[in-house]
Design a protein around this ligand. Structure first.
Ligand SMILES: Nc1ncnc2c1ncn2[C@@H]1O[C@H](COP(=O)(O)OP(=O)(O)OP(=O)(O)O)[C@@H](O)[C@H]1O
Ligand SMILES: [Mg+2]
Length: 499
């Protein structure tokens, strides 16, 4: 249905794509995988008219096409859900679903018509938002699903999903995978990008692996490719030894803790007491709205409890987000567009910006060359692909996420508050980030981590606190700390039949 050949794209001195072809067939899910910065998003942006290629051709049903922009591509049946969320946060759900103009009824915009069209698509993905809710008030996962609904409402023939599940909890990701399969069975051609390789292989008919702008494994039948060979194709010689992700005994624990005493945050936490010692990695789990994320917000000074006390390792209570930063709290969120990076600034400024905040007061600013050098070291440590002088917004999604982490590590924090810290990060870099987090814990830092990816909690945490209705209902550690165990504890009581 869609055939692309010889696509090339250069950004200044960077070669993002170097002669890549791909064929999308009706009724098939074609997976596209590769390391951060391999060129996946560039490829799909070209196919969907978002970016102009420097070379190559695209044919749709045998006829050459050249899209001027995404809107034109959409009119010809090619829809994309891009990696960075593109919701209009100040508009309502309905307004977001019909960006290219609302359906008219007797010449007027008809809300009723919009609701009628949207309903089946929303429910197919398990969404039930208030149609007039402001989209910015919805959780990240719902915003991600909403974008997919928006693409489906265009009734595309080719649907491109660039990391559609990176912010989704497991159930929603499974539901999306099933939906994707159904759409292909109805005759759509789907191109699916994800770093969750097992998920990809379950849903895909074919897989193409990109490395450094080349298709190193083109259109292989998914059933014939094992996970190991997939990872090797992705990472090439740099493939990490299958490192044991499991808890390594750490040298030092029992450092000064983050402590909650009877903390109540209206509508979110009810008299929660907890203690996370220095050297410990404590997970926070729960369904949406269960309160686990309020713990991070309270530690970061972004909400003030109405009752009870939060104490940081240095004994102080965070009074504001800024105060928490100066008290040594690092907050790394997967919602990086919202609060991760200054996209228009060079990488080095981003990476050193937290330290600036802490140092500005005594007047002595470090020299620029020193900052640049420090940023370079920090970025190399995380293997970020991108020049220190590059605009942060020009990095690939996964590399932006690594840069957010580099920024906080640069500040030498005492507490790490992590919320989906490896969202969109490739398997190699994810293992690397986990290793760094463990090292920091071993140095005596407190690590609190929430993740929509339960495997991440199991890999990383010493114990996981499970929240329901604003309270801790269970603590999982050692052999009880498994993905099914977590899922069960999070859902316990919800699905149980009435006695
Ligand atoms: N607008 C841009 N300006 C400059 N360089 C860019 C731009 N967009 C992408 N690049 C570079 O092109 C390369 C490929 O980026 P791309 O976004 O396609 O990677 P990706 O495979 O999608 O990675 P990820 O898994 O991290 O999303 C990267 O080195 C990136 O820094
Ligand atoms: Mg990408």
């Amino acid at each position: 249905m869609l055939v692309a050949e010889g696509l090339a794209k250069h950004y200044g001195g960077v070669t993002a794509l170097d002669g890549v072809g791909i064929t999308l067939e009706a009724g098939e899910v074609h997976a596209l995988v590769g390391e951060n910065g391999a060129g996946k998003s560039t490829l799909v942006k070209i196919i969907s008219g978002v970016v102009r290629p420097d070379g190559g051709t695209i044919e749709l049903d045998g006829a050459p096409v050249r899209f001027a922009d995404a809107r034109q591509a959409a009119r010809q049946g090619v829809a994309i859900v891009s990696q960075e969320l593109m919701t209009y946060d100040d508009l309502t759900v309905l307004e977001n679903l019909f960006p290219y103009g609302a359906p008219l009824r007797r010449g007027l915009v008809s809300n009723r018509e919009m609701r009628r069209l949207a309903r089946p698509v929303l429910s197919e993905l398990g969404l039930d938002p208030a149609p007039y809710a402001r989209v910015g008030s919805l959780p990240l996962a719902d915003r991600q699903l909403l974008e997919i609904c928006r693409a489906l409402l265009q009734e595309p023939r080719v649907l491109i999903l660039d990391e559609p599940t990176s912010a989704l909890p497991r159930e929603a990701a499974d539901r999306l995978a099933a939906t994707t399969r159904r759409l292909a069975d109805r005759g759509l051609a789907v191109l699916y990008i994800s770093h969750f390789l097992e998920e990809v292989m379950r849903v895909a008919d074919r897989v193409t692996v990109l490395r450094d702008g080349h298709a190193v494994l083109p259109a292989a039948p998914a059933s014939g490719v094992g996970l190991d060979s997939l990872v090797t194709a992705m990472l090439g010689a740099a493939a990490p030894a299958a490192a044991d992700p499991r808890r390594v005994r750490r040298a030092r624990t029992g450092g000064a803790p983050v402590a909650f005493t009877d903390v109540t945050v209206p509508g979110r936490l009810r008299e929660v007491s907890l203690n996370a010692a220095g050297g410990e990695i404590v997970g926070l789990a729960g369904l949406q709205g269960s309160g686990h994320l309020a713990v991070l917000d309270a530690v970061c000074g972004r909400v003030r409890p109405s009752r009870g006390a939060v104490r940081l390792p240095n004994g102080v209570t965070p009074r504001s987000a800024r105060h928490a930063v100066t008290a040594g709290v690092a907050y790394v969120s997967g919602d990086r567009k919202g609060r991760g990076l200054m996209l228009d600034k060079p990488l080095w400024e981003n990476v050193t910006s937290v330290t600036w905040l802490g140092q500005g007061r005594d007047g002595a600013l470090p020299r620029r060359s020193r900052l640049v050098e420090r940023a370079r070291t920090g970025l190399e440590r995380l293997r970020v692909r991108g020049d220190v002088h590059a605009r942060a917004g020009d990095l690939s999604g996964g590399n932006q996420q690594k840069a957010v982490l580099a920024k906080w590590l640069d500040a030498g924090p005492a507490v790490l508050a992590l919320d989906d810290p490896t969202r969109g990060v490739d398997v190699g870099a994810r293992a690397e980030l986990h290793r760094i987090v463990r090292d920091l814990a071993a140095e005596g830092k407190v690590v609190l981590v929430a993740s929509s990816d339960l495997a991440e909690l199991v890999d990383l945490c010493d114990r996981v606190l499970v929240f329901q209705h604003g309270k801790v209902v269970d603590t999982l550690a050692a052999e009880r700390l498994t993905e099914p165990g977590l899922s069960l504890a999070m859902n316990a009581g919800f699905a149980a039949p009435a006695p």
